[in-house]
Ligand binder design. Structure first.
Ligand code: UD1
Length: 417
């Protein structure tokens, strides 16, 4: 069993470059299905979730291979429309392939994703939108069977919640649909803008991505393009949490501070100072963090649910009481028992977590149960006295490209065994 062994209580120092965004890479790889020719992707992180998306592309008849620092993806030969269950299950975000496969082949059959570690994760918004665009979708025996024999057409879609995945799924499907699609109450996450930037390079006509209303004028076909993924703001938020928990000074190269506004303002409240210099973001954390008061997770530009767990680990070391309210996913406090095992004083009730900061976290044997929860345990272990052992490392590998090497280079004592 792989585990991370962390010797805590070391200050971090130095500079590190933030990896490319997982949440950009996954929808962009799905969107590549609609293109002919060879796409060249730069800054695409080495992650098991990215590998799972590449495996789906290969299964459907495309190619995906790494060459030097680039990921080359060619979907010219795609001719399949069924995605097997074992490939669908590898990453929850595989549902974003639904619109892409349907738009590309006029058919799609894939297994219903169901719930996962952090909650139910329904897909009703995806299905309602694709039906409005002309798809006939039946749900039977745990499978989705979708047909659009005459292609998809534009539609006016209002999302009842600004779902990131649904916004992306619709944008991809609408890119080659007949006519204009309007998405109101669209998600505004930076990764939506990155997906649109890529699709527009391929010849799509997408306007307003990153705003509440996105308009997509369908075009007959798309051709491959070169694209560099934006830096991962959640990895950046995790490294900022590590610095905040250990009283460290770090420089994150390539971090886009504008994407981190809500996280920066929370950590500023805790006494961290920030300086932006070109593409660098410097954090100088106080000896001991002050309490972070009340943090509410919200759709972007609000505080990201994905940063809740690592920031909570930092709050667990703070002087005073912080409160978190998780508004996006219903089951996102699974890291709390492991943090408490390390000495954190956290109580949860429903959406609310009350974190009474303590000076003394202790290294312990703990198990990660989801991706960002794993990042929280690493953050806490860095701040803790003694040696901590974290199992469930495969969760970390879904979203962090070599986190232990990054932290080691910054002065931490982290070993993967
Ligand atoms: C994406 C991110 C994930 C992040 C989340 C919220 C990717 C690959 N993943 O996930 O890291 O935590 O955004 O920022 O980009 N919902 C519905 N019906 C739907 C779809 C969603 O009710 O059809 C609900 C969900 O249950 C959840 C909320 O909407 O409560 C947000 O989900 P959504 O924005 O869709 O998250 P994902 O795209 O799955």
């Amino acid at each position: 069993m792989t585990k991370l062994v962390v010797k805590g209580r070391r200050r971090l120092h130095g500079e590190t470059t933030v990896q490319g965004a997982k949440n950009s890479a996954l929808p962009i790889l799905a969107a590549a299905l609609l293109t002919g020719g060879e796409n060249v992707f730069f800054n695409c992180p080495h992650l098991s979730d990215v590998e799972a998306s590449c495996a789906i592309l290969r299964y459907l008849g495309g190619t995906a291979k790494r060459e030097d620092s680039a990921l080359l993806v060619d979907c010219t030969g795609v001719d399949r429309w069924k995605i097997p269950d074992e490939l669908m299950r590898k990453t929850r975000s595989s549902i974003v392939f639904l619109g892409a496969v349907l738009a590309r082949t006029g058919r799609a059959r894939l297994s219903l994703p169901g719930g996962c570690e952090i909650g139910m994760r329904p897909i009703d918004l995806h299905l309602r939108a694709l039906r409005a665009m002309g798809a006939a979708i039946s749900e039977r025996h745990g499978y989705l069977d979708c047909k659009a024999p005459h292609g998809l057409h534009g539609a006016k879609i209002t999302l009842s919640f600004p779902s990131v995945g649904a916004t992306e799924d619709i944008m991809i499907a609408a890119s080659t649909a007949d006519g204009t699609t309007t998405i109101s109450n669209a998600a505004r996450e930076p990764e939506i803008g990155d997906l649109a930037a890529y699709l527009n390079k391929c010849g799509a006509k997408i306007y307003g991505a990153g705003e509440g209303v996105v308009v997509i004028d369908g075009v007959p076909s798309l051709s491959a393009a070169a694209h560099t993924m934006i830096p991962d703001r959640i990895v950046a938020a995790t490294l900022l949490s590590c610095a905040a928990a250990t009283g460290s000074e770090l420089v994150l190269r390539g971090a886009v501070s504008a994407h981190l506004g809500a996280v920066i303002s929370v950590l500023e409240e805790g006494g961290c100072r920030f300086a932006c210099d070109g593409g660098d973001l410097r954090i100088t954390a106080p000896e001991r963090l002050k309490s972070l008061r009340v943090i509410r997770t919200m759709p972007y530009p609000g505080f990201p649910t994905d940063a809740q767990a690592p920031v909570m680990a930092a709050a667990a070391t703070a002087d005073g009481t912080s409160v978190m309210i998780e508004n996006i996913f219903e089951n996102r406090y699974r890291h709390v028992p492991a943090l408490c095992r390390m000495g954190a004083q956290i109580r949860t009730e429903g959406k609310v977590a009350v974190i009474e900061g303590t000076r003394h976290l202790y290294g312990a044997k703990v198990e990660a149960t989801d991706l960002r929860g794993a990042a929280a345990l690493v953050t806490a272990a860095l701040a803790a006295e003694g040696t901590g052992e974290i199992t469930g490392v495969h969760y970390l590998e879904r979203g962090y490209d070599g986190l232990e090497q990054t932290l080691t280079a910054l002065g931490a004592d982290v070993k993967k065994i």
